[in-house]
Ligand binder design. Structure first.
Ligand SMILES: Nc1nc2c(ncn2[C@@H]2O[C@H](COP(=O)(O)OP(=O)(O)OP(=O)(O)O)[C@@H](O)[C@H]2O)c(=O)[nH]1
Ligand SMILES: [Mg+2]
Length: 315
């Protein structure tokens, strides 16, 4: 039996192997993904993002437990920020989510932000397809909201929860504006710490700056104390409310389509440039353009235009 078949039958080992092969850009992994793809498309993707150390993993651990209580199978993709902020986060996440390790209804996968061939968002996308096909109903992606790469990852989710904590003050403003834009839920964790009221007020104020139409989802602010399991049920309820809103407003399917299309374009781009460069090698005129580029005689824009122009009839 091949890996895809085994994964479909529920083997976590086979699923993990496929994910690793995909990360390595191994053709066996890509064949596996093709076989799994028709079985995917029904999972609900949740993104949990926020600055380092705000309690994302602790929250995710309890979110998983709450979904399990509701009979949902859950996949977790924890993206390791790999320092400089919080080295050893993968280990931390494993420890925090350890209690789910023996639950066959939970699949936890950590992923490094470094050394990813083909980008973090692609790996996350592929992993989510594998988990989706394996029948995980909910897939939670934990990521530190710092860079563009992470923003792209968040863009994969149906629902995005942005986590912050009291006392961040200007830190909230410093959070990427883009993240504030994409948040559907704003979780104020560590609400046991001083300054929770002030932080909630600030969040609410910032959300007022966002414009939305009548039929748009209005982002909510929720308080949690993850270490004491407070506010988790309400958080999961709110996630599901948003999921339901997306379904009813006809926005769920377009979100998934956008995701597939985005990766289709990425693959096209990679494939096309490779093909163009290969073809160009056979043409003396094109080789000259590339030589000119290397020798600083022509700028990259003009070089790309010239190559595309020359090769138009060949592809
Ligand atoms: N006081 C308090 N501490 C909390 C709460 N939730 C989490 N913590 C603590 O905050 C620390 C960081 O928690 P994590 O769950 O690892 O945070 P994280 O956002 O996943 O961190 P990174 O993945 O490293 O960015 C841990 O020591 C937790 O015990 C809370 O509600 N209140
Ligand atoms: Mg974490």
């Amino acid at each position: 039996m091949d890996l895809a078949e085994e994964a479909l039958k529920g083997s976590q080992l086979a699923g993990a192997r496929l994910i690793r092969l995909l990360e390595d850009r191994d053709p066996v992994g890509i064949e596996g993904l093709k076989a799994l793809y028709p079985h995917s498309g029904s999972a609900y993707l949740v993104g949990v993002t926020g600055p380092p150390g705000v309690g994302k993993s602790t929250l995710v651990d309890h979110i998983v437990a709450e979904f399990r209580r509701r009979q949902k199978r859950v996949g977790v993709i924890a993206i390791d920020p790999s320092s400089p902020f919080s080295g050893g986060a993968v280990l931390g996440d494993r420890v925090r989510m350890q209690r789910h390790a023996t639950d066959e209804g939970v699949f936890i996968r950590s992923m490094a932000t470094r050394g990813q061939l083909g980008g973090l968002s692609r790996s996350t996308y592929e992993t989510s397809v594998v988990l989706d096909a394996m029948g995980y109903d909910v897939i939670v992606v934990e990521t530190v909201g710092v860079g563009q790469d992470e923003l792209d990852v968040v863009d994969l989710a149906h629902t995005t929860a942005v986590v912050s904590v009291p006392g961040m003050g200007d830190g909230i403003q410093a959070m990427k504006a883009g993240i504030l834009e994409i948040g559907d839920l704003f979780v104020l964790n560590k609400a046991d710490l001083p300054g929770a009221d002030e932080a909630e007020r600030q969040l609410a104020m910032m959300l007022q700056l966002r414009e939305f139409g009548e039929k748009d989802w209005e982002p909510r602010v929720l308080r949690t104390v993850a270490v004491q399991e407070e506010g988790i049920v309400e958080l999961v309820d709110a996630l599901l409310d948003h999921h339901e809103y997306l379904g009813k407003s006809g926005k769920l399917a377009p979100k998934s389509e956008k995701r597939d299309f985005h990766f289709f374009v990425e693959l096209l781009r990679a494939g096309a440039s490779e093909k163009i460069l290969k073809t160009a090698e056979r043409s003396p005129g094109c080789r000259a353009v590339i030589e000119d580029l290397k020798a600083h005689r022509v700028d990259p824009y003009s070089a790309a235009e010239a190559l595309i122009e020359r090769l138009q009839c060949e592809i």
